[in-house]
Design a protein around this ligand. Sequence first.
Ligand SMILES: [Zn+2]
Length: 306
Amino acid sequence: MRLYTHPACLRHDPGASHAERPSRLSAVTDALRGAFPQLPWEEAPRASRGQLLRVHDDALLALVLDTPVTEPTPLDPDTLLGPDSAEAALHAAGAGIAAVDAVMGGSTRRAFCAIRPPGHHATGSVAMGFCLFNNIAVAAAHACERHGLARVAVVDFDVHHGNGTQAIFESDPRVMYLSSHQMPLYPDTGRVHERGIGNVLNAPLQPGSGSEAFRSVWRERLLPALAGFRPQLVLVSAGFDGHRLDPLAQLELEADDFAWLTAELGAVADRHADGRIVSMLEGGYDLDALRECSVAHVRELIGHGG
Ligand SMILES: [Zn+2]
């Protein structure tokens, strides 16, 4: 088990009172350091432009990396670019690259990237929903291109649908995208009929669904499909905004639900992927919930082969 972060990720500042604030990340890293003092931390490198260009276009790279900004500047009503945002975005995406290299190289089987800004709403050409680059998509593309994998699964349990990840891979047979999410909710995608080329599986849940409905869609639909895909690598978009304390959604989950799902993912990874899981922080906007859920998630990653 290995943990990745970078101090630059703390310096991305979308402005006072924005939900996606630096204290989210320090809550996660402080909680993990306290709970697992023995675990090694790695400094996340920057992603290269070439690595980002596997999933993003030139115009988005130019916007995020080359726009001179002196104060938080809105790219959309939710998504702001500040003076330190480009550096944070490069290290957030680079964490996934380094983690994929580590698990594929065999130096560890499990990795968790404590990073921000999150990524799963960013499409190939548009930064949106607090996301600048799609970190998990950059990691998946790296696994396919650099390591030659033919079957990479992206599992997304953030309470919001990962529209960007789905859009990037919906016609790529090497990547399967599976998501549970609250609906109706931003970004209003992720309906059951959105299937890509058969490589996309969405399980929308109504507000107030709670633990039983959440576990049921994973147990009955998503986990069997994941196992059937026989992933060589499992990537996780780990958003903890489904927790009952989260101010942005109403899915009413507990930390134990994230622990349960993590253990189930570990079992699939052990069976098909030589145990390999790379998990990356996405959303989660209540600090107490972030602390409890990230510790529960990492404990299960360790517990199953980390
Ligand atoms: Zn979210």
